[in-house]
Design a protein around this ligand. Structure first.
Ligand SMILES: CC(C)(COP(=O)(O)OP(=O)(O)OC[C@H]1O[C@@H](n2cnc3c(N)ncnc32)[C@H](O)[C@@H]1OP(=O)(O)O)[C@@H](O)C(=O)NCCC(=O)NCCS
Length: 176
């Protein structure tokens, strides 16, 4: 029987299902805490859900981060967390969530998006190691998992430096 798949921005009624989705997909409470904190903050974000037969089965969060350089700072956006319920994985849902979010980033004229995750997955969207573009997260600067996607391939010299996420991202993440 074919399922009805739908994608849209979250509503208040999705909050519990999104938290439970992350707790299931990641096996801990950190990701759902991140989503809650970002909602309660004062910076722009995109919280995008996938629904299968009207039930939340996937979620992706895009939120602002700061790039702090020597005497410079800039605003960018970061993807994460993103998750799909195990029974719905490997069906293209994560890909559609991420592609939609990247379109949102472009429409809002962010010049780059960061992600901390498996390069084998994010490479397909055009992400590559951030350190090659002069940006890093935490104290281990050249970690392959910290990746960047540049939206404007023109000759723009973007501010480089440490990428600072919202404080909640540092609560359990080992940045060393
Ligand atoms: C990672 C995740 C969001 C991908 O969503 P999905 O809907 O299952 O993925 P899609 O169907 O869009 O893409 C499937 C492809 O991605 C690959 N893929 C999926 N998860 C991957 C991973 N963690 N690492 C590398 N490749 C991965 C699959 O092998 C498949 O490759 P193919 O197209 O070459 O066959 C999902 O597996 C998930 O929720 N995982 C648990 C939570 C998690 O790890 N989130 C990401 C944290 S960085």
């Amino acid at each position: 029987m074919s399922r009805c798949l739908e994608f849209r921005e979250e509503t208040d009624a999705d909050f519990d299902a999104i938290a439970s989705l992350h707790d299931t997909a990641f096996g801990g409470g950190m990701e759902s805490r991140i989503v809650t904190c970002i909602r309660q903050g004062h910076r722009p974000y995109l919280s995008y859900v996938a629904l299968s037969d009207s039930r939340v089965c996937g979620h992706a969060l895009f939120s602002e981060v700061d790039v702090i350089g020597a005497g410079t700072s800039a605003i960018a956006v970061a993807l994460g967390p993103v998750a799909v319920l195990p029974a719905h994985q490997l069906q293209g849902i994560g890909t559609q969530l991420i592609r939609h979010g990247l379109k949102w980033c472009r429409e809002l004229h962010y010049d780059r998006c960061f992600v901390l995750g498996d390069p084998a997955y994010y490479g397909r969207f055009g992400f590559c190691q951030a350190f090659a573009s002069g940006c890093w997260f935490g104290t281990r600067r050249d970690r392959p998992a910290f990746q960047i996607l540049l939206f404007d391939q023109g000759p723009v010299d973007l501010p480089r430096g440490e990428v600072r996420y919202a404080p909640v991202f540092y609560e359990e993440e080992s940045v060393n």
